[in-house]
Design a protein around this ligand. Structure first.
Ligand SMILES: Cc1ncc(COP(=O)(O)O)c(C=O)c1O
Length: 408
């Protein structure tokens, strides 16, 4: 978390208002290179492809573009952002289970498109047939089993891959050049080792007389975390641990090939890249006790912070606004909504008073992009630039922003 003092927050409040998101650009960049360097140490053809859905704030996406990363998008809206912030078509990976017309457009534009299912493959074949003079390349998202405890709905069942390759073989100007997978809720190193092994096996089977142009292992690595959050997860592997399990295996597997022949390896980090590098500052507006239980009501909501705050206790720091603080034990820090479950932090113990600021860490993923227009519009987001200056990268929403799609 950024180490804010009272006067820093006061200044931010005067300039941009509180609540406020603060994106720490320098720390984000440092983490980006830490991940990239770790994975490239064994396999230099590794490429970061930032998962836009996790946080598509254009400023963040443009930083990734500047750093040489790829964009991983799953909708026309995200594709639009990628193009507007300057990603070249060949550096955009279009995934997702329902790409619709936007997926077709992306394919025609020359993006990397990973096909999710047979109906989508039919659509691709039809479009490709309409452009016999152009050669098209696609990837297939495969649904692999690495010991997870649920049936994922994404990608093509590996038992059906023969059929997918046969369909493509019958289209002269279409070729499968890559394989993609993504497995959620499995962040351990062993799962990464296994997903790499399975994908290499599939790749050998389906690209027997050539190498794929790319293998995309999706996402699901733990990122860097503050100690208090890390402790709640138990074992959190380092980027070097993930590299040993994945890119080292890739390097060994393709050791007899030239660099040119080796496939590019993508992963699609979202939370890994962004979570730790956005802080959120709210303000305590009231404190009350009911039947022996104390609640501090903040001018923000769990919707501002995203899902992680409902699963774990986020790193939190109270910055006192004055000397009036009183010690409380087990206070629930709750939101402005009328939802009982709107608890941003359960059982906080410490000094607190109305007017104090509460800084939450690790809110980069699924936060501002996931906030519903429920009860209050969203607040502003600023970037803390490498120079230490602050600049608005998302202005505070007005009532009109929320209401302009409704007929009055
Ligand atoms: C295909 C795909 N890639 C990348 C991500 C980002 O995952 P994470 O937030 O774990 O980095 C997701 C998340 O759902 C995804 O579905």
């Amino acid at each position: 978390m950024i180490d804010f003092r009272r006067q820093d927050i006061r200044k931010l409040e005067t300039e941009f208002g509180i609540p406020l998101y603060v994106f720490d650009e320098a720390a984000f960049i440092h983490n980006y290179f830490k991940l990239e360097t770790a994975l490239r140490q064994y396999y230099p053809k590794y490429r970061v492809s930032y998962s836009f859905k996790t946080n598509y704030t254009p400023y963040m996406c443009s930083v990734v573009n500047r750093l040489g990363g790829y964009a991983e998008v799953v909708s026309g809206m995200e594709y639009d952002i990628a193009k507007r912030v300057g990603f070249a078509a060949e550096k955009i990976i279009f995934n997702g289970p329902n790409k619709g017309e936007d997926g077709v457009k992306a394919l025609l534009d020359g993006c990397i498109v990973n096909v999710d299912n047979f109906d989508e493959l039919d659509l691709v074949c039809r479009i490709v047939n309409e452009h016999p003079e152009t050669k098209f390349e696609i990837g297939l998202r495969v649904n692999i089993d690495v010991g997870q405890t649920f049936i994922s709905r994404f990608g093509m069942d590996t038992t059906e891959l023969d059929r997918a390759f046969e369909i493509v073989d019958h289209v002269d100007n279409l070729e499968v050049v890559g394989l993609h997978c993504h497995i959620s809720r499995c962040r351990g190193v062993d799962v990464w080792r296994e997903r790499t092994r399975v994908m290499l096996e599939l790749s050998d089977r389906y690209f027997s007389n050539r190498q794929p142009k790319y293998i995309d292992l999706g996402s699901g690595m733990f990122g860097e975390m503050d100690a208090e959050l890390k402790a709640q997860f138990g074992v959190v592997p380092s980027y070097d641990d993930y590299a040993e399990a994945t890119t080292k295996q890739m390097a060994e597997h393709y050791s007899r090939y030239t660099d040119h022949q080796k496939p590019v390896l993508f992963t699609e980090p979202g939370t890994t890249l962004i979570n730790k590098y956005v802080d959120f500052i709210g303000r305590v507006d009231a404190i009350k006790s009911i039947k022996g239980k104390t609640f501090a009501i903040l001018n923000c909501s769990e919707h501002n912070l995203g899902e992680t705050c409902t699963l774990k206790k986020l790193p939190v720091k109270v910055v006192h606004s004055g000397p009036r603080s009183k010690y409380y034990k087990d206070v629930d820090l709750v939101g402005y909504t009328c939802l009982e479950q709107d608890v941003m932090y359960a059982e906080y113990s410490g000094y607190l008073a109305p007017g104090d600021y509460v800084q939450f860490g690790n809110v980069g993923g699924y936060s501002n992009v996931y906030k519903p227009p429920f009860i209050w519009p969203n607040c502003a987001m600023v970037v803390k630039k490498e120079t230490g200056e602050y600049q608005v990268i998302k202005r505070k929403e007005s009532y009109a922003d929320i209401l302009h799609t409704y007929a009055f």
